[in-house]
Design a protein around this ligand. Structure first.
Ligand code: ADP
Length: 359
């Protein structure tokens, strides 16, 4: 078990910050996902923690010890890469045993530890196979075992399952979570897949342009996004541009009491917070398309102003394409300049709204 502290770490490539004044503490046994679009600095940050890249500034500590300038082999970290680079001229056993042999451990101990690692990743009978005879998922398991066998204090995983199909990816990430919890190993997991982060993490760090947008547990990231970027990156979100005047949004469909200064705002609401019901109004919205996912239907609704919203409805909902509908919603977020300025539920009655609308 180990505690990791990243203090104001930056990495410059030329004149571009890949990581910019980044700080994070990861507790004993915690699994933190670094989530963000391609190019947001996730890999660079992980490589600096593993010692494969030297920071331009800042400090990295593991259990209070400054490891910022130590080479990888002198850090208590183990890294699993997306391209696992297994040795093709060695069998599985020797791939995993390699690091232990470098440490000159007794043969009997090497055997015991490799067998234990193989067992942990579900490959107990595969020791004598050549790595070229393994499937992609099995190769990734060997790569994981190769790291685990060295008993690192901190496990670093850089999109380890990105090249695998979805079912296998889901299975392997569950296995990783099981192993990680069983060993209580402090773990950082880089991914650009929100599902992966939501399924795995104790906490998620959403990154953008080398900086942190938000650090929080998955449910908080989903329910209380602090920026419009996080709101749009995690899950599905409807955005509507509007303005506030005298504490009310002036969007014709969504006149809402919003206690912020006059000016432009972005309204956001999740598809599951949006309900639609048939309407006869001339300016009603119209159902454009319905996709049936089995567990729910996703409905694209075109508003009179040309914008499109997504609403999630029950699988047995009788909604049809072309129908005129009136959307309403149960909760919403308001952002200004990317920052959350208000979160709430709309006023319930038209009388309430009437009182709110400026005359
Ligand atoms: P992510 O893992 O989120 O996709 P990276 O950490 O790989 O992001 O990259 C962050 C930024 O740093 C990108 O703009 C990338 O082009 C740049 N970058 C990464 N590695 C290098 C390098 N060795 N030389 C120059 N630029 C790099």
């Amino acid at each position: 078990m180990a505690h990791l502290a990243i203090e104001s770490v930056s990495k410059l490539f030329g004149t571009t910050f890949a990581v910019n004044d980044f700080s994070l503490e990861v507790g004993d046994g915690e699994l933190v996902c670094l989530l963000g679009p391609s190019g947001s600095g996730k890999s660079t940050l992980l490589r600096m923690i593993g010692g494969f890249e030297r920071p331009s500034g800042g400090t990295i500590r593991i259990d209070a010890r400054d490891v910022t300038n130590l080479p990888p082999e002198r850090r208590p970290t183990g890294m699993v890469f997306q391209s696992h680079a297994l040795w093709t001229h060695m069998d599985v056993f020797n791939n995993i045993a390699f690091g232990l042999k470098l440490r000159r451990l007794p043969k009997s101990e090497i055997r015991a530890r490799v067998e234990n690692a193989l067992d942990m990743v579900g490959l107990a009978d595969y020791g004598r196979r050549m790595t070229t005879q393994l499937s992609g998922g099995q190769q990734q398991r060997v790569a994981l075992a190769r790291s685990l066998v060295l008993e690192p204090k901190i496990l670093l995983l850089d999109e380890p399952f990105a090249s695998l199909d979805q079912h296998l990816r889901e299975r392997l990430r569950e296995e990783v979570r099981d192993i990680q919890q069983r060993l209580g190993i402090t773990t950082l997991f880089v991914t650009h897949g929100q599902d992966e982060a939501l399924a795995l993490a104790d906490r998620i760090v959403v990154m953008r342009d080398g900086r942190t947008e938000q650090i929080a547990p998955p449910s908080t990231i989903y329910r209380q996004p602090q920026t419009a970027f996080v709101a749009g990156f995690i899950g599905s979100m409807n955005f509507v541009q509007s303005r506030t005047r005298n504490g009310v949004c002036d969007h014709p469909l969504f006149p809402l009491a919003v206690p912020v200064d006059d000016g432009p705002v972005t309204l956001a609401t999740r598809p599951e917070a949006l309900t639609i019901r048939p309407s006869d109004r001339a300016d009603a919205a119209r159902v454009h398309r319905i996709v049936d996912f089995g567990t729910h239907k996703m409905v694209d609704v075109d508003l009179a102003d040309g914008s499109r919203l997504k609403a999630m409805v029950a699988p047995d909902d009788r909604i049809e394409a072309g129908m005129k509908v009136e959307p309403s919603f149960t909760s919403f977020f308001v952002f200004r300049d990317n920052t959350l300025v208000h979160q709430g539920a709309p006023a319930r009655t038209s009388a309430e709204l009437g009182r709110l609308l400026p005359v």
